[in-house]
Design a protein around this ligand. Structure first.
Ligand SMILES: Cc1ncc(C[n+]2csc(CCOP(=O)(O)OP(=O)(O)O)c2C)c(N)n1
Ligand SMILES: [Mg+2]
Length: 294
């Protein structure tokens, strides 16, 4: 965690971007770029950020951006890195910046390939827990029980959210971390640490989506903060696929505090909420064991 006064002032995300009110995705980018600085190239596949960035010739980032096909972020970022090496520009940060649907599902192969080759890239997944850009379809990152347009209230999402962090850790990725737009100092500290590491780095950022989560835009950060304070989305790092470090001690509020603010969980019964609490407690215990085993 860094101090608020140490947050860099330079803005690499300009005003006039095209995100919805209360969207977490521009905040995730803004804070991450404060840590990375201007010597950065960003690869963006099809996702909300394609729109947020602006239509060519406009670009809300003060950086070179390469828009690419949905499945290819890992491979394209690896190619950009190879080009930078050939040009003698190895100091440039090569960033893949992608949503959860692509990352967890359709693009997992190119990400896994990059991680297995240990390509020298930083892959960010801003996770709004569904395919939001195309109209709120469930993804492998959608939590169990959530409403989406493809998992209506009568048939909510079945099965738990895919554990992408552990999938990346299983590749022995040098640096993997979770972060949350409601904890910017923690996020910036992690991106700095990632920038100082070589090889594949993966940062998974929880990023609320007011229309998709059925929340008022002004509650966006509050809801994101509750995700961590209820242990639904713990903040931690995994070094070299093994060393687990919990970077923030959550208050341990009841999961219901997080769920009750969101229309996407409105249909859940008390029993289902209790099941969710048990699941969250179990996952937290597993994480504590991993963090203690070092
Ligand atoms: C191969 C392919 N399949 C589907 C699409 C349509 N598509 C564009 S954006 C998108 C949603 C992406 O969801 P996610 O990665 O979670 O990012 P978000 O929109 O939520 O920011 C989809 C399905 C596409 N462009 N290419
Ligand atoms: Mg998404």
């Amino acid at each position: 965690m860094i101090k608020h006064r140490d947050v860099p002032r330079e803005e690499l995300l300009m005003s006039g971007h095209l995100a919805c009110q209360g969207c977490g995705a521009p905040l995730a980018m803004r804070h991450s770029l404060k840590a990375l600085g201007p010597d950065t190239v960003v690869v963006i596949p099809a996702c909300c950020w394609t729109i947020i960035c602006g239509m060519y010739p406009y670009n809300t980032l003060k950086l070179p951006v390469l828009h690419t096909a949905f499945e290819t972020t890992g491979a394209v970022a690896a190619g950009v890195r190879a080009a930078m090496e050939m040009l003698g520009k190895s100091h440039i940060n090569v960033v893949g910046w992608a949503g959860d649907g692509g990352t967890f599902d359709i693009r997992l192969q190119s990400l896994s390939g990059a991680a297995e080759r240990n390509d020298d890239i930083i892959y960010f997944c801003y996770d709004n827990e569904a395919y939001m850009n195309t109209g709120i379809q469930r993804s492998g990152a959608t939590p169990e029980g959530a409403w989406t347009t493809t998992t209506p209230e009568k048939h909510p999402k079945e099965g738990p959210k895919k554990n992408i962090v552990q999938i990346l850790a299983a590749h022995k990725t040098p640096y993997v971390a979770t972060a949350n737009v409601a904890f910017p100092e923690d996020l910036i500290a992690k991106v700095r640490r990632a920038a100082q590491t070589r090889g594949t780095r993966f940062i998974h950022i929880l990023s609320p989506c007011p229309p998709g989560w059925r929340i008022p835009s002004e509650l966006s950060i509050k809801v994101a903060r509750l995700a961590t304070e209820t242990k639904v989305f713990p903040l931690y790092e995994v070094i070299g696929g093994e060393e687990h470090i919990i970077s923030y001690e959550p208050k341990g509020l009841p999961v219901s505090e997080y769920l009750k603010l969101q229309g996407r969980f409105r249909h859940l019964t008390e029993e289902q909420v209790a099941d969710m609490q048990r699941f969250v407690d179990h996952e937290w215990e597993l994480l504590l064991q991993k963090a203690a085993s070092i």
